[in-house]
Design a protein around this ligand. Structure first.
Ligand SMILES: C[S@@+](CC[C@H](N)C(=O)[O-])C[C@H]1O[C@@H](n2cnc3c(N)ncnc32)[C@H](O)[C@@H]1O
Length: 268
C-alpha cells in the first residue's frame, strides 16, 4: 500500500484507511493501466470492500482491471473473477451479464461490500455497464454506486502532451466523438468527412486488427501526421507515436487512434 495521504482540510481519513464499509455494489473505474491513475474514491472503495470482483475473458485469466488495481487490493480481500467471454454471439454474453449480476447481488445480499473493477471508465464501452443494467432489472433492491475512472482517451492525450506532442482533445467549438473503429473503409471515409465538416476530433477505439487499412485511408487523406496512435497507455510498454511513424502491421487490442483534421483559428 502507498503511504497515507491526508487532505489539508482535515476532512478525510488517510488514503490507506478505507471509508466506512456498507453493503452494496460499487462499480469502480480503475483507469487505463497505471495504478497511480486510480482516483482517491476508487482506492477508498476498493480498500473498504469485502469482495473484489473483476472481469476475465477466460477461466484462470488474471484480468486487466485486477492487474491495474493490484497494488490497492489487500491479501485478506476475497477475489471474485467474473467470466465475460469476448465472443461475437449474443447469447453467451447475455448469459454472462446475468450470471455476473446474480453473483454480485447475491454477495451483497449477504451483507457484504462488493466492488466490480472496470478498466478505464466504468461507463464507457464497459462490461460494468451491462452489469449495471442487469442488476437494475433483476435486483432493483441492490444498492449500486459508480465511481468514474480516467478513460484511455483522456490518458492517451495527456501522455502524448507529456511527451512533447501537445494533444488537446477538444478546443472552443470543436466536438469529440469517441467510438469504436468502423469495420469498413466506406464507413471510415464517411466518418472522416462528417468529422471534418463538423469540427470533431475522432477517438477510435478497438483499432487493433483494423490498423493496416485504417492507416492506408488516413495516408490517402494526408491525415497521418495529425493523428496520434496510442497503445497500452499507462503500462510499462506504453507506446505513443504519430500515426505516420507506425508500420501498417496489425496492432494489439489495447490500441486507439486520435484524429484531428484541423485547428481553431484563434490559438496561442
Ligand atoms: C472495451 S473498450 C474499454 C474502454 C475503457 N472503459 C475506457 O474508459 O477507456 C476497449 C478499447 O479501449 C481502448 N483502450 C483501453 N485501454 C487502453 C489503453 N491502456 N491504451 C490504449 N487503448 C486503450 C482500446 O481501443 C480498446 O480496444
Amino acid at each position: 500500500m502507498a503511504a497515507a495521504l491526508e487532505r489539508v482540510d482535515g476532512r478525510s481519513q488517510p488514503l490507506t484507511e478505507p471509508s466506512i464499509r456498507a453493503p452494496g455494489l460499487t462499480l469502480v473505474g480503475v483507469g487505463p493501466g497505471d495504478p497511480d491513475l486510480l482516483t482517491v474514491a476508487a482506492v477508498r472503495a476498493i480498500g473498504a470492500a469485502d469482495v473484489v470482483a473483476y472481469p476475465v475473458a477466460r477461466e484462470g485469466a488474471v484480468g486487466m482491471a485486477a492487474t491495474i488495481a493490484a497494488p490497492w487490493i489487500g491479501s485478506h480481500q476475497r477475489r471474485l473473477p467474473l467470466l465475460f467471454p469476448m465472443v461475437a454471439d449474443a447469447q453467451p454474453r447475455i448469459d454472462a451479464w446475468h450470471d455476473a449480476a446474480n453473483q454480485l447481488a447475491g454477495t451483497v445480499a449477504q451483507g457484504l461490500a462488493v466492488v466490480l473493477l472496470c478498466e478505464g471508465d466504468a461507463s464507457l464501452f464497459a462490461s460494468a455497464s451491462y452489469v449495471l443494467l442487469a442488476v437494475a432489472e433483476r435486483h432493483p433492491a441492490c444498492p449500486v454506486t459508480v465511481i468514474p475512472g480516467i478513460t484511455s482517451v483522456a490518458a492517451a492525450a495527456a501522455a502524448a502532451s507529456s511527451l512533447a506532442m501537445p494533444w488537446p482533445l477538444a478546443l472552443q467549438q470543436e466536438g469529440l466523438l469517441i467510438r469504436p473503429t468502423p469495420d469498413t473503409l466506406a464507413e471510415l471515409e464517411a466518418l472522416l468527412e462528417q468529422a471534418a465538416a463538423s469540427h470533431w476530433i475522432l477517438a477510435l477505439l478497438k483499432l487493433g486488427h483494423r490498423w493496416s487499412w485504417v492507416r492506408q485511408a488516413l495516408g490517402t487523406r494526408g491525415l497521418l501526421e495529425g493523428s496520434l496512435f496510442a497503445q497500452r497507455v499507462g503500462w510499462p510498454d506504453q507506446l505513443l507515436a504519430s500515426a505516420a511513424a507506425m508500420p501498417a502491421d496489425e496492432q494489439p487490442y489495447f490500441s486507439l487512434l486520435l484524429i484531428r483534421q484541423g485547428w481553431p483559428e484563434v490559438l496561442p
